[in-house]
Design a protein around this ligand. Structure first.
Ligand code: G3P
Ligand code: MG
Length: 250
C-alpha cells in the first residue's frame, strides 16, 4: 500500500528583503526578494524625529550604515544621507535607508508586506502608521507584527481591518490559546522557528491562524517546519527556500 502524504507548501517570506544576499532592509534587498519569488517580505520600522516611517532593524544607524545615532532623534533628511549598502558589500554602495512608502511603491501589489514595529514610542506613532496603511489600500497587503502585543491590540482596536501577527521567542505551553487571550482576530503567529512543534501548529491552524516562524535559513530547519505544516517561513534566503520547496513538494 502506497501511503500518500499531502503537504502543502508554506509561503516564502523574505526577511528584511533577502538579507542573506543583499544589505538588509534596503530597496535592493526587497527587489531581490521579489525577483526570487517571495510571496511576502518582512521589514522593520522606526519613526524618525520628524515623524517619518523609516525602514531599519536597529534603533541606531551604527551597525548597518556609515553613520551613527538613534533614528528617533534624527531628522529623516539626515537619515537619508547614510549609506546602507557599503558595509554589506561595496557593490551595494549608495543604497539608502528607505522610507516605508518606497517599499510599497517598489513591490508589485501581489507581494504582501509584513511590517514589524520595532519602536512605537514616537509621537503619535499609532496614528502615523494607521494613516499610512489606510491610504492606497495598503491594509489589504499588510500584516503588522511586533514583539509588543499590547501595541498590536491597540492598533487592532483602532483599525479592525488590520491584520496583526504576534511575534515571540517564548516556549509557550499553548500557542493558539495565547492568541485567543487577546480576544480579537489574530491573523498570524510568528514564533522563533525552534519554538514551535507539530501539536502547536495543528492547534493554531485549526484555530484559523497562519504560522510564520522566523528566521530559518537552513534546509534541515525548513524541512522540519514544512513537516509540521506551518503556512509560511521567514528566511534571509528566499531564493534558496523557493528552490528547496520546488524540490521537496510536488
Ligand atoms: O519578524 C521576524 C523577525 O524579523 C523578528 O526578529 O530581530 O529579525 O527583527 P528580528
Ligand atoms: Mg524583523
Amino acid at each position: 500500500i502506497k501511503q500518500e502524504i499531502v503537504v502543502s507548501s508554506p509561503i516564502v517570506i523574505g526577511h528584511r528583503g533577502a538579507a542573506g544576499e543583499a544589505p538588509e532592509n534596503t530597496l535592493a534587498s526587497f527587489k531581490l526578494a521579489a525577483e526570487q519569488g517571495s510571496h511576502m517580505v518582512e521589514l522593520d520600522i522606526h519613526l524618525s524625529e520628524d515623524g517619518r516611517l523609516i525602514v531599519c532593524h536597529d534603533e541606531t544607524l551604527d551597525r548597518t550604515t556609515d553613520m551613527s545615532g538613534a533614528i528617533c532623534s534624527l531628522r529623516s533628511d539626515v537619515i537619508r544621507e547614510a549609506d546602507a549598502g557599503s558595509k554589506f558589500s561595496p557593490s551595494f554602495a549608495g543604497e539608502r535607508i528607505p522610507f516605508l512608502e518606497e517599499v510599497y511603491d517598489l513591490l508589485p501589489e501581489q507581494i504582501e508586506i509584513n511590517v514589524e514595529v520595532k519602536d512605537s514610542r514616537g509621537t503619535q506613532f499609532d496614528e502615523v502608521l494607521l494613516n499610512f496603511l489606510r491610504a492606497d489600500n495598503r491594509l489589504d497587503r499588510t500584516v503588522v507584527s511586533s514583539f509588543d502585543h499590547k501595541l498590536l491590540l491597540r492598533l487592532k482596536q483602532a483599525e479592525p481591518e488590520l491584520r496583526i501577527g504576534l511575534l515571540y521567542a517564548a516556549d509557550l505551553i499553548h500557542h493558539a490559546a495565547y492568541a485567543a487571550l487577546l480576544e480579537t482576530e489574530v491573523w498570524s503567529l510568528h514564533p522563533h522557528h525552534e519554538l514551535i512543534g507539530a501539536d502547536d501548529a495543528e492547534d493554531a491552524i485549526a484555530a484559523g491562524l497562519h504560522i510564520y516562524p522566523y528566521t530559518a535559513n537552513h534546509p534541515a530547519q525548513w524541512d522540519r517546519l514544512i513537516s509540521i505544516g506551518v503556512t509560511g517561513i521567514i528566511t534571509d534566503f528566499p531564493g534558496r527556500l523557493k528552490e528547496h520547496l520546488r524540490s521537496v513538494i510536488s
